[in-house]
Design a protein around this ligand. Structure first.
Ligand code: FES
Length: 402
């Protein structure tokens, strides 16, 4: 047991004073009109994580993603030239969706309706009796969507010309590239839908204030006598993105026997892959608007909260791994860690949905964030600033057009 760690000191209110202390309006957490502004100002313009390069390892490998808020089906394909491209999953003849499979590998994509066939770079290769048409093949390529990769993670943007991904990530780009997830070759995934606004859902994973009440058993090691709420050691703010360093409880009670085996095996595998040296082992990255990544070597954990409507969201939780499990005990370790993540999430789900019901009643004009809910406050302020800028921009356009 390590008793030589420095005593815990929460981040002071003074250090976070720049975020303000005002109550936060409740309406943006349930109002369809505000959600529509978020959709247009943020989600249709920014970079969004939709997968990892390990899902499309070979030429012709593809994944399909349904993005409800954009009313879009997106194909992400590795081409013959090894480049990754993203397309709308829509045949340019008369709009039929090309691909129904979630993932696969194909050298071409043929539309089932009239058999127009496209290459992995989106070009129209062939179309039966094409002489009868009044358009050239070049004009019939699949519609492109911006795509880029950082730390192995695939991001798309529906903006026509988004800023480069690395510019958007700023100083976090290099830190992300150094994380184990950049070398991941496989993952476990848990997808859930929830009756809650995306910010309300996301905020649950940005604050530790609830740990001792909602997770007394599963996440108890995250709290202790000197830090009863398990508050983070520090926060980091990087433009619209943010980070926190999780407190390590050196006096935590020993884990259960199965947990000991799982952690030991996972640590062994992580060590064998050289990932235990990660400097960001306790850092939790929150990329604007809806993506988390935990740099822990044991759990290369990511979580995306994709909005569906003002009060419904879809979460994708992943644990990334380097290499296949080589033995039954490694397999057990991976399954155990994934089951633990699901357990903890199952405990969260009820309170998030209960929160949505309360907010959607319209009974509250405001909600309140305390000092150690700084990341939740920062998310709202970031969202609201983008929404305000978008409203000003569109008002100006309307004025000029009038
Ligand atoms: Fe695709 Fe006709 S709609 S070939």
């Amino acid at each position: 047991m390590n008793t030589h760690s420095a005593p815990f000191q929460p981040v002071s209110a003074q250090d976070l004073a720049w975020l303000g202390t005002d109550p936060i309006p409740a309406k943006p957490y349930y109002d369809p009109a505000y959600f529509e502004l978020e959709r247009q100002a943020i989600f249709m313009r920014t970079w969004l994580n939709v997968g990892h390069v390990c899902e499309i390892p070979d030429s012709g490998s593809f994944i399909r993603r349904e993005i409800e808020f954009a009313n879009a089906s997106v194909l992400i394909v590795r081409g013959k030239d090894d480049d990754i491209r993203a397309f709308h999953n829509v045949c340019t003849h008369r709009g039929t969706q090309l691909v129904q499979a979630q993932a696969g590998r194909q050298s071409t994509f043929s539309c089932p309706y009239h058999m127009w066939t496209f290459s992995t770079d989106g070009a129209l290769l062939s179309a039966p009796d094409f002489d009868q048409f009044h358009v050239g093949k070049k004009e019939c390529a699949l519609p492109r969507i911006a795509v880029d990769v950082c730390a192995g993670m695939i991001f798309i943007s529906f903006a026509a010309a988004p800023e480069p991904l690395r510019d958007w990530l700023g100083d976090l780009a290099d830190r992300l590239e150094a994380l184990p997830v950049a070398r991941a070759t496989t993952f476990h995934e848990y997808v859930y839908e929830i009756d809650a606004n995306w910010k309300l859902t996301y905020d649950n994973f940005q604050e530790n204030y609830h740990l001792r009440f909602i997770h007394p058993r599963s996440a108890g090691a995250g709290t202790g006598a000197e830090n009863p709420f398990g508050y983070p050691v520090r926060y980091g703010f990087h433009g619209q993105h943010r980070a926190q360093t999780i407190w390590a409880n050196h006096n935590a009670p020993p884990p259960s026997a199965p947990a000991m085996i799982a952690y030991g095996k996972a640590a062994e595998a992580a060590g064998a892959n050289g990932v235990l040296v990660s400097q960001d082992a306790k850092d939790y990255f929150a990329l604007f608007p809806n993506f988390f990544l935990l740099g822990s070597p044991l759990q290369h954990f990511s979580h995306v909260v994709m909005p569906i409507s003002a009060t419904r969201s879809r979460g994708v939780i992943r644990l990334y791994w380097i290499g296949e499990d080589q033995s039954a005990s490694e397999r057990f370790a991976r399954e155990y860690l994934m089951a633990t993540a699901r357990d903890i999430h199952a405990e969260d789900r009820g309170v998030i949905e209960a929160g949505q019901k309360g907010l959607s009643s319209g009974a509250l004009k405001h909600i309140h964030f305390q000092t150690q809910e700084a990341l939740c406050r920062h998310l709202f302020l970031s969202v609201d600033a983008v929404v305000a800028a978008y409203k000003a921009e569109t008002a100006l356009v309307t004025e000029v057009a009038a």
